[in-house]
Design a protein around this ligand. Sequence first.
Ligand SMILES: [Zn+2]
Length: 165
Amino acid sequence: MNAFVIDAFEFCRLKEQRNGEFPVEALPRLAEESVDRSGSVVWSLQGGKNLHGHPQMALSVSGKIRLLCQRCLTPLDFAIDSGAVLVLAPDEDSADEMDALLADEDVEVIVGSHAFDIRQLVEDEALLTIPLSPRHEACEKRLAVDSVPEVKKESPFAVLKNLKK
Ligand SMILES: [Zn+2]
C-alpha cells in the first residue's frame, strides 16, 4: 500500500497536516516534461473545512525542474510555486451543486475519496504550472535556432489539394 494514499475525508475531519518532498523522478508524468529528471517538489497538505462546513484541503507545492527551452533547445530552470484549495464532494452530483455554490470562491471542487493519492495530487498541481511551450526570457544561444533551417511541414490543406489532383 502506497504510504501517500489517505482517506481524504478523515484527513479533513481530523484537520491533519502532512508534508514532504518528491523527487521529480518519482513523478513519472512530471519527469517526462523534464530534460534530466533532476529536482524535486516540496509539498504540504492541510485538512480542514470551509465556512459552509465542507471538508477542504489546502495544498501547496514548490520546487525546481529543468525543462527544455522551445526556442534555443537548451535546459531551462523552472521554479514551481503553486497551490490550491480543494473542497471535497461526496459524489459527482454534490460536486456540481457545490461548484455552483462556491463559484465565486477561489477553490476547486473535487470528488473526495477514501483512497486519495497525495502523490497524484501533487503531480497534477505541479504539471498545471508548467508552460506549454517553456522559453528562457532571453536565450543565450539564440544562434542555435536561427542557424537551423526551418523544417517545412506541409499543411493538411495542401495535402488535401494534392490528393484531389
Ligand atoms: Zn532558450
